[in-house]
Write a protein that binds this ligand. Sequence first.
Ligand code: ZN
Length: 120
Amino acid sequence: MALKYSNKINKIRTFALSLIFIGFAIMYVGLLFKDIAWLMVVAMILGMIAILFSTLVYFWIGMISTKAVPIICPSCGKQTKMLGRVDACMHCDQPLTMDPELEGEEFDESYNSKKRKTEQ
Ligand SMILES: [Zn+2]
């Protein structure tokens, strides 16, 4: 498979994790400017917001994980969770589909959109 696609839940998790690092980075920058009080306060608040937002994203992952369908990946044999009609395996990035009609077709994110469904 030449297509590079990663699992949606993994993607969101990576996003949430990077938000935490960004938050800490902003707060660290704030500490470097501790002589400029307002700048430090602004950096601290922004950093705090980023970290708070990431916990919200983690919470959101928890919510959508319950809706995700657990399946056994045919490629690597491990259990993975998929969202929508097409998604990729969490472990090996093998594109997977819920819809037999799409089997063998070129992997396309647009299969998940509502527009595509009404066209058919
Ligand atoms: Zn797999």
